[in-house]
Ligand binder design. Structure first.
Ligand code: FES
Length: 384
């Protein structure tokens, strides 16, 4: 179809506008502020606080909490925002090897934002924790990763009251939550049932007692000591019912044995599904007859073949060989370590938490996979 030119009746108006274009622009320039442009923007600064990335941190203080638990307080090089209940990954050079582990944050979110300090509380158990307990000293420099994990209050999903169930060093995230409630950075009611073996094993007792308010209550439960000042025995369904209101969300953090017991108690109360959140524990060794396999690892253009003990995870085999590979939760939950399986058989510790896409495209989580044969995997590059 032939193009038809449409005559503009008021075309001369455009001409007028065009004539005014340059003077208008000059006037706008003249009226504009002569202040220099800001060097930083608020939104960028906020993003940096939300996602500071790996950062160097100086160990500023070590406090003995119980006979086998210490709090390590770090001075951060970059401010960090986290939700009370989250963890950070701590990385240090241990006897010439780079080792990292996730630890729950025990300080409050505002302490990090205002004072640039962050604390983790660690029980002496396991390779890195033992090293920290015996060797770390004030002035040491370590690497702290981004705050991670979903063990925190979610107003959209959770009830207004949380019944927290802590076992042993599982108190750490709840201590952070109790401080956050007191300082106003978290807004929910926490009823904490805290199980310890004896009175001496209760961590942060003085601090927790000082935080008690309308929104925070703590009940100590001793399993190995009869003491009239406290509840005695285990955290049973009767005990939960005694302190919990009608509607509540359960958040639990403690050893695997506590979870197994708790699952039965909660099932008997008809509580499960979304009403229960459990913080995952790092995957440990499995109890099987020892066998050693060859593990071939591709990282970028490099190929390594290392030995893998079938009692330990594929992640541990790579770390033992000195390979720097990514990891965060070490419990199958974050997906940070996911690696493409080229060949080989493996077993997963506990439930398979891989995303559907990982399953479909043949990815495994080395942090919770034990080798059952020689294996070959492609691993994303680790810490730079
Ligand atoms: S480190 Fe989180 S899934 Fe492996």
């Amino acid at each position: 179809m032939a193009f038809k030119f449409k005559k503009q009746i008021f075309g001369f108006m455009d001409l007028l506008r065009f004539k005014k274009l340059v003077p208008n622009r000059r006037a706008a320039f003249d009226a504009a502020s002569s202040a220099p442009l800001p060097k930083t923007y608020k939104v960028n600064e906020t993003a940096k606080i939300l996602h500071p990335g790996n950062q160097k941190a100086r160990l500023a203080e070590i406090t003995l909490v119980t006979a086998d638990t210490k709090t390590y307080t770090f001075e951060l090089s970059k401010k960090m925002f986290f939700r009370a209940g989250q963890y950070v990954e701590l990385t240090a050079d241990v006897d010439g090897s780079t080792v990292n582990r996730p630890y729950a944050i025990s300080s409050s979110p505002l302490t990090s934002l205002r004072e640039g300090k962050l604390s983790v509380t660690v029980k002496k158990a396991g390779f890195f924790s033992n090293w920290l307990f015996d060797n770390a000293k004030v002035g040491d420099e370590m690497i702290i990763g981004d705050p991670s994990g979903f063990f925190h209050y979610e107003g959209i999903k959770d009830a207004e009251v949380v019944v927290g169930i802590a076992g042993g060093s599982g108190i750490t995230p709840f201590y952070s939550m109790a401080q956050a409630i007191a300082e106003g950075s978290e807004d929910f009611r926490l009823i904490l049932l805290y199980g310890a073996k004896t009175e001496k094993d209760i961590a942060f007792k003085k601090e927790l007692d000082a935080l008690v308010s309308d929104n925070f209550k703590v009940v100590y439960v001793l399993s190995d000591e009869k003491n009239k000042k406290y509840e005695n025995g285990f955290i049973t369904k009767e005990l939960i019912a005694k302190y919990a209101p009608e509607d509540f969300t359960v958040m639990a953090c403690g050893p695997q044995a506590m979870y197994a017991f708790l699952d039965k108690e909660l099932a008997a109360m008809g509580i499960g599904g979304r009403r229960v959140k459990k913080e995952a524990n790092c995957v440990g060794v499995r109890d099987v007859k020892k066998a050693v396999y060859d593990l071939t690892v591709h990282i970028r253009d490099d190929v390594y073949t290392v030995k893998a003990d079938n009692r330990e995870t594929v992640l541990v085999a790579m770390e033992r060989a000195g390979l720097r590979v990514p990891s965060k939760c070490r419990a199958g939950g974050c997906g940070f370590c996911h690696s493409k399986l080229v060949s080989g058989k493996f077993s997963i510790a506990g439930a398979d938490k891989r995303r559907l896409a990982d399953l479909k495209f043949g990815y495994i989580h080395p942090c919770c996979s034990y080798p059952d044969s020689d294996m070959e995997i492609i691993v994303p590059a680790g810490l730079e």
